[in-house]
Design a protein around this ligand. Sequence first.
Ligand code: FMN
Length: 357
Amino acid sequence: MKRLILVICAMLTLLSTNTTAKTLVVYYSYTGNCREIVNTLTSQIETDVLEILPTEKELQYEANNYALGTQLLNAIKANPNDASSYPAIDPVTKSPADYQNIIIVTPLWWSQMAAITQTYLFQNASMMAGKHVGMIVSSHSSGISGVVSDAERLLPNVTWMGEALWINASNHGNRASLIENWIKTLNFDNENTTMDKMYITIDGQTQSATLVDNTATRELVAALQNAPITVTLNDNQFEIWGPLGKSLTTENEQMNTTAGDIVLYNGSNICIFYASNSWSYTRLGKIDGLSESELRTFLKAGESNITVMLSLTSGTTAIRSVNGNRMEDGAYYSLNGMKVSNPSKGIYIQNGKKVIL
Ligand SMILES: Cc1cc2nc3c(=O)[nH]c(=O)nc-3n(C[C@H](O)[C@H](O)[C@H](O)COP(=O)(O)O)c2cc1C
């Protein structure tokens, strides 16, 4: 009987874990447009929803020609790394750490991200590191490049799922089809419970690898969600290998490795192959799409003390969206997304980053 109860409890735990959505929609809405966008979005995909609420409830951000909104944004701009620059928000009940994907839905204020949304991202950036993140921005008419750079500043370690979606007063009524098409363009996986991409950076070059799903890779991904791992590896005729700095659960089996394979050896060493070997390892994954000779060059075959960084972001997947179009490399854009051919002194967006001339 005791056994039966234990089995039922275990089944219930499993069921409740599996019903958690893989995607969290985080939004702030002052006048209701972002709330409508979230309602439309959640009618199309299964998500959990978290509304961010300012601690001070009766504030009129638009009063006196938007003076308060401006004041809050200026305080952030003056000291963006200081927690006290951000307006207080209510405590939240859901943690981004529990989700694979996060979609931010935010209003634009003065061509920047609304101050209240900025508070949430500032406070939760470390828990969002390594997550797959998308963003929808609602404005009256201004372009959203300033909001995109705020997002990139606040969340430097996330993987952007694609370009941000801009919804404005003239297309808000059309949001159902805009959102549906946007989701199709995203690298969006709402089904799998595991993250299957890891990035390997050696000497400034980054390559993606596809991870297999086992206990070791889940532990590795959990560690990488906190921070990238840097290891020093050495050549061993068919691989580069060395200590990972942590032990992972082994599921060793005899295998014939081939070029690109990544395995765990003896529970706490990582081996990346540019040729083959036969041994008992726990498989972790494989580097995507490189030939054997490309792998030898990338892995610095034959060298010693090779610095290898493992991470969940490629570092090159910035969101680059201005008025729905890609920014041209090197060109200057105003904060509301207009291309500027001969910029004078001022603040511009260049290559997705804010620059001051
Ligand atoms: C303080 C403040 C500043 C704003 N600044 C701009 C702006 O610079 N350009 C613009 O097009 N809309 C601006 N808006 C309008 C909002 O971006 C727009 O109404 C948005 O849809 C609001 O989303 P919400 O209804 O979810 O709060 C501003 C609104 C507020 C409250």
